[in-house]
Ligand binder design. Structure first.
Ligand code: FMN
Length: 210
């Protein structure tokens, strides 16, 4: 598949056919992530492939329980209703995918940030000067993987919503504070063909200083 066709043709897929994804294809998808650029070539990522249905159900349950704890803090009824709706789909549909790839961020040593801190820059200033190079690197890997899924005929969706339950995921998946999940990527054969979502026009977002 031509790269520009893959970029234009990818959409987030949230419904999957009940068909397994062969391990060889999962390896190809993660290999596409592995080849992404990263800050100082630190490659601050690792990937956990989750196929265990009971584990995925437990993760989704943890998300629903956390959303229930969040709802009383909603600013207004609208936000509370939106959260409740997300609980049913937007945050938890990953449990119905045949495979979920948990993308971890780990091992990024922000030496430059520490140096700036010693110079007296606040954490907020540093985030503005150098917005999260480690996380930008992981994001590049995730986008490579989404495009690889699409090129192989699979659907996926970049999910950060479920991470409201990151603390529960730490216990369920057995990891500590040395790393965290940056996104979940459910992968499967699409069982929907959604319309492309609208984008801002190029002239609205692009400027040239000649
Ligand atoms: C950082 C990030 C987090 C996202 N989190 C979720 C999520 O938790 N649940 C979900 O259903 N979609 C999630 N999405 C998908 C977006 O809703 C989707 O990319 C956007 O609406 C554009 O649609 P498209 O991907 O079909 O082009 C996320 C996307 C990004 C980039």
């Amino acid at each position: 598949m031509d790269l520009f066709d893959a970029i234009a043709g990818r959409t987030s897929i949230r419904r999957f056919k009940d068909r397994p994804v062969p391990d060889g294809d999962i390896r190809k998808i993660i290999d596409a992530g592995r080849l992404a650029p990263s800050a100082n070539n630190t490659q601050p990522w690792s990937f956990l492939v989750i196929k265990d249905k009971a584990l995925l159900a437990a993760m989704a349950r943890a998300v629903r329980e956390q959303v229930d704890r969040m709802v009383p803090y909603a600013e207004d009824d609208r936000q509370a209703q939106r959260l409740t709706a997300y609980k049913g789909t937007y945050y938890t549909f990953f449990e119905k995918a045949p495979v979920v790839i948990a993308v971890f961020m780990e091992g990024y040593d922000a030496g430059t940030d520490k140096l700036l801190a010693r110079m007296g820059y606040s954490a907020d200033d540093i985030r503005r000067l150098r917005p999260l190079p480690g996380l930008q690197s992981v994001a590049a890997a995730i986008e490579h993987m989404l495009l690889a899924c699409h090129a192989l005929g699979y659907g996926s969706c970049w999910m950060t919503g479920p991470l409201v339950a990151q603390e529960a995921f730490e216990k369920l998946l057995g990891y500590g504070k040395e790393k965290f999940i940056a996104a979940l990527l459910p992968v499967g054969v699409p069982d929907e063909d959604p319309q492309a979502r609208p984008r801002k026009g190029l002239d609205e977002i692009m400027r040239i200083k000649a």
